[in-house]
Design a protein around this ligand. Structure first.
Ligand code: NAD
Length: 429
């Protein structure tokens, strides 16, 4: 392969183990045949636009100096500023951040948000550091990446182990360094700093909107439809409540404390209160308990994995008896399990579409920051609904046109939008 080929793996990745970036490349290769003339530009999706690795030296509370490794990867900025969260985790590595940045490009393009894709991370276990240490690490990280972020260039957000507080530190560090007020440099901020109403519930609400649209397509009546949810946190808890409010029965919930079941439907509001008070669903109102295996095998209309990645695998996919899987979590279904579900006639609404409500309201937050004019929660929710419904309608039409799954259709729609813009822009110089 010539050294200038787009198919050549970047030399900074291990060719024997390209990690999650290798999975992403396979997904891109799979959609290439559907891209027509635009496929001439596909090489631009196979390389991140910019990769930055930084050293973060910080004085710890005991006076010693520690060094952390930080990353910011901008995969594509063809459709707009880079957008994507910052993850604090001991397993963070370049291949993972690259793949996550590329999946952000797909997600933003899939819902027609005028952003590109980016992602960041710091390789550390935040449980080992005090809040003051985490604040210093966060501020120094922003200082190191400040040359490539900004409200019109690249906009970080929370991800695993980062929060509204982390975003507040990031915004403040950027503002002080540049001598500006720039709330739009990050999203997912506290409301007091220009965060958006509706952001906290946005991902779960998006799961509900696209899940409802998929049910309608499948001719499933919302009244009394049976819903099972894995994860009852921000995403799963919100989605479950919205389905219940619309007349569906949330018959089972599975979290890190166990599985609860009630075929008449659980009271999701009381359950949220129970989880707030006790830390998990276990022990709720004497509901029946099930094993994880029984949970996956329950006969339901909609199954929502909204906890962790790799939950639906070759081991349990064959036992699943639902009609639609709506992926609230990122990467909950392994590729092999995806094939099993599809062969069994189960429709999957993929993560890159189903959980894009969060990035959609991040976009609304950025718009509100840019205009300094803030919207009511009703306005945020209704615009979110329109955005998610339109995205679902476009992508399901693409799936029908090419006779492919919603996952492949989402990649086709997103990659086509990015490459159409690339085609119009051309190369520089
Ligand atoms: P959260 O921390 O609020 O909730 C996580 C839930 O998963 C909890 O109910 C927890 O009990 C459950 N859980 C954890 N370990 C489990 C286990 N081993 N078995 C069963 N359940 C377990 O997190 P969240 O914000 O709701 O995010 C859930 C998923 O959605 C993650 O994959 C996240 O990356 C993805 N996601 C979240 C957002 C967002 O805006 N919050 C956006 C896009 C994607």
């Amino acid at each position: 392969m010539p050294e200038h080929s787009a198919n050549q793996l970047p030399s900074y990745l291990n060719p024997d183990n390209p990690g999650p970036w290798g999975n992403y490349l396979e997904q891109v290769d799979r959609v290439a045949p559907y891209l027509g003339n635009l496929s001439q530009w596909i090489g631009t999706l196979k390389r991140p636009k910019r990769v930055l690795i930084v050293d973060i030296p910080v004085e710890l509370d005991d006076g010693t100096v520690a060094h952390f490794e930080g990353y910011r990867v901008q995969h594509s900025m063809v459709l707009g500023p880079g957008k994507g969260g910052v993850r604090y985790h001991p397993d963070v590595n370049l291949s993972e951040v690259m793949a996550l940045s590329a999946w952000m490009s797909v997600k933003t393009a899939a819902v027609n948000v005028p952003f590109g894709g980016a992602k960041g991370g710091i390789r550390l276990d935040p449980r080992n550091y005090s809040p003051r240490e985490l604040e210093r690490i966060t501020r120094r990280y922003i200082n190191e990446i400040s040359t490539i972020i900004g409200p019109n260039t690249d906009i970080p957000a929370p991800d695993v182990n980062t929060s509204g507080q982390t975003m507040a530190w990031m915004m403040d560090a950027y503002a002080i360094k540049n001598g500006v007020t720039a709330p739009g440099v990050v999203t997912g901020k506290p409301i007091s700093l220009g965060g958006s109403l509706g952001r906290v519930e946005a991902t779960g609400r998006g799961v509900f909107v696209v899940g409802s649209a998929a049910m309608k397509d499948a001719g499933i009546d919302m009244q009394d439809a049976r819903i099972a949810v894995q994860g009852f946190g921000n995403v799963g808890g919100t989605a479950a409540r919205l389905f219940a409010e619309s007349g569906a029965r949330v018959v089972a919930v599975y979290d890190h404390t166990g599985v609860i079941h009630d075929k008449q439907g659980l009271d999701t509001v009381a359950l949220a209160e129970h989880v707030r008070n006790t830390g998990g669903v276990k022990g709720f109102n004497n509901a029946d308990t099930l094993s994880p295996q029984e949970f996956w095998a329950l006969k339901t209309d909609v199954l929502i994995p909204a906890a962790l990645e790799n939950q639906i695998t070759e081991d349990n996919a064959g036992s699943i008896r639902t009609r639609i899987v709506v992926e609230g979590a990122n990467g909950p279904t392994t590729p092999a399990a995806d094939d099993i579900l599809t062969d069994n006639g189960i429709n999957i609404v993929p993560d890159v579409l189903a959980n894009a409500g969060g990035v959609s309201v991040s976009y609304f937050e950025w718009v509100q920051n840019t205009t300094s004019f803030f919207w009511s929660e009703e306005e945020v929710n209704s615009r979110l609904e329109v955005m998610m419904k339109n995205a679902y309608a476009d992508i399901s039409a693409t799936a029908r046109q090419h006779q492919v799954s919603l996952r492949t259709a989402t990649f086709i729609a997103a990659c086509s939008r990015i490459l159409e813009a690339q085609d119009a822009r051309g190369l520089f110089p």
